[in-house]
Design a protein around this ligand. Structure first.
Ligand code: SAM
Length: 284
């Protein structure tokens, strides 16, 4: 039988995520709500006084109750204000449900969530209040599968595909490769858009450059944009908007009400890049 002292010691004081060998972020742990290893990854939910519930996969922060809106609104709404009338949406990854919640704010017909890890869905249903109502929405279909295999086999076409994957490690490696984007292109309708998270402009610049190099060969419009995300490495995050026909700065409609971060001024500003990101393809 464990003593009270042992129980106290089992709860670490801090959860740390390393962003480089010598820097990172830490969260004081008020309580560990969940900790287990699924078939794919280590899953943890902790409680932190400032950020509320924090979801970590393999020791990397995925989302927090307090700052999720920066990332999820900026992943989803730029494409939705740029497309003339999106109806069928595919979301790859995103098992925490934050991106799905944002997609469902729009009057779309169908949202298909393809997540590899059923356990992320089960845990998020329990600890993040937005997932369950989004899954119960009549427009949502949940498919537990590898996103890369799914797009290879599905005969369906989509107006917008969002890739809300974890960073390139473990099960998500294939979602960051050129092969995946080639297959993805054949799932897009004529005016289709794909948007993916692309990592930290500071810590992951090399991988952003590599991605840009192969994406430029596949899509006419390869438009990187950024947003603050307080709990992600460096505090600023990069996304990429891909399309042959649609340009992000030709806005087609306004965003839904009730957003905390995104608006049309933010949209335009997000595509203005700092100099070190502007000339990705120039080989500098
Ligand atoms: N915004 C987050 C980030 O970058 O920190 C991503 C959050 S979301 C929780 C990432 C999800 O992608 C995880 O639930 C993970 O299980 C899922 N995932 C990873 N590889 C996948 C794959 N090959 N197919 C489908 N889903 C995948």
């Amino acid at each position: 039988m464990s003593t009270k002292k042992e129980n106290r010691e089992a709860v670490p004081l801090e959860e740390r995520e390393y962003h480089s060998p010598s820097s990172g972020i830490f969260f004081k742990v008020k309580k560990i709500l969940y900790r287990d290893k699924s078939d794919y990854q280590k899953i943890e939910v902790i409680e932190n006084e400032c950020f509320g519930r924090v979801l970590l996969l393999d020791d990397l922060v995925q989302t927090t109750e307090k700052d999720e809106f920066f990332y999820h609104e900026m992943l989803v709404h730029p494409a939705l204000v740029s497309h003339p009338s999106p109806q069928n949406i595919l979301l790859i990854g995103g098992g925490d449900g934050g991106a799905l919640k944002e997609i469902l704010r729009w009057p779309i017909k169908y949202a298909c969530l393809v997540e590899i890890d059923q356990q992320v869905i089960d845990v998020s249903k329990e600890y993040f209040p937005w997932l369950l109502p989004s899954l119960e929405d009549d427009r949502t279909e949940l498919i537990i599968a590898d996103g890369s295999e799914f797009i290879e086999k599905t005969g369906k076409k989509f107006d917008i595909v969002f890739i809300d994957s974890s960073d390139p490690a473990g099960p998500s490696v294939s979602l960051h490769e050129s092969d995946f984007y080639e297959k993805l292109k054949s799932c897009l309708n004529r005016r289709g858009i794909a948007v993916s998270q692309a990592g930290s402009p500071f810590y992951h610049l090399e991988s952003i450059k590599k991605k840009d190099a192969f994406l430029e060969k596949l899509f006419k419009n390869v438009c990187f944009y950024t947003s603050p995300v307080p709990t992600y490495p460096g505090g600023s995050w990069c996304f990429v908007f891909l399309s042959d026909e649609v340009q992000p700065l030709k806005i087609k409609r306004g965003p839904p009400r009730g957003l905390k971060y995104f608006n049309l001024n933010i949209h335009e500003a997000a595509f203005s890049l700092p100099n070190f990101l502007k000339d990705l393809g120039s080989g500098d």
